[in-house]
Design a protein around this ligand. Structure first.
Ligand SMILES: O=C(O)[C@H](O)[C@@H](O)[C@H](O)[C@H](O)COP(=O)(O)O
Length: 250
């Protein structure tokens, strides 16, 4: 596994560069195997990248009908809630490209068939992932070409927060997360083993407030203390930062 840190001048440049990188990565995967699989994240940076993809002149370099879309985490809210990662991803990109709806796999809302039971919704998403599990890893998730993540000010990634049982989960692929410090309190999240099954993991963040967790994660912190430190890809881990978020790096 290779790890790289790429520092961009500011948040806008980072989002545009990450968008260009994502389009190229999807196009390369499709050239190699006819389809591509991406895992989306929420948050300002993750959604900003999707908005830049939508605006890209290279948008149609991708056959969007041959892209499988998953989520790394979701805020457990009613369908269509503006705070849901799915809602924001659809507004930013997904509703503007010709995806195959059967290949878009949102995590369940809190007003769906699982009602308010986030643990049942998480267990169902684990079944969705297992249904198209790839042979390349010993964990029941599909082949993920790119799994994108943000990083929180205390080092959380996806909805895995420091010193919680969820960040230490080693057998489940998806968990219901409760009492999250970042609202809403109830979420659904891939676990670190599921994240680590991805071919490439891209951690993308900006701003001075992230400098400390980024330096800790890249400085050898334990995932229980800095969950982003445990988010590595099988082939590649890419840290896409702006100069502020990278400002505590040696
Ligand atoms: O649902 C969420 O909020 C995200 O999945 C979360 O992990 C986010 O990526 C980080 O909190 C960073 O968010 P920002 O990019 O907005 O700082």
């Amino acid at each position: 596994m290779t790890q790289q840190v790429l520092v961009h001048r500011g948040a806008e440049v980072l989002a545009a560069a990450a968008a260009a990188r994502l389009i190229t990565r999807i196009a390369d995967a499709q050239a190699a195997r006819g389809s591509a699989s991406v895992v989306l994240t929420g948050g300002r940076t993750g959604i900003g990248v999707l908005e830049q993809v939508r605006r890209s002149p290279a948008l149609d370099a991708v056959d969007w009908s041959a892209v499988d879309v998953y989520w790394g985490d979701e805020r457990f809210l009613p369908s269509g809630d503006p705070e849901r990662n799915e809602t924001q991803a659809r507004q930013a990109l997904l509703d503007h490209v010709e995806l195959d709806p059967n290949r878009v796999h949102p995590m369940a809302p809190s007003d769906g068939k699982f009602g308010q039971d986030a643990d049942a919704a998480a267990a169902h998403y684990a079944e969705v992932l297992a249904a198209t599990a790839a042979a390349e890893t010993d964990i029941a998730v599909p082949h993920f070409d790119v799994l994108m993540l943000g990083v929180g000010e205390e080092g959380h990634t996806a909805s895995l927060f420091p010193e919680t049982p969820y960040v230490a989960e080693e057998s489940k692929t998806v968990v219901g997360v409760h009492d999250c410090p970042k609202p809403p309190p109830t979420r659904i999240s891939l676990t670190l083993p599921a994240i680590r099954a991805a071919s490439e993991v891209w951690l993308m963040t900006t701003g001075k407030a992230k400098a400390e967790p980024i330096a800790a994660a890249l400085g050898g912190a334990k995932p229980v203390d800095i969950p982003a430190a445990g988010a590595t890809g099988r082939e590649r881990t890419l840290w896409l930062l702006d100069t502020d978020a990278a400002s505590d790096l040696p």
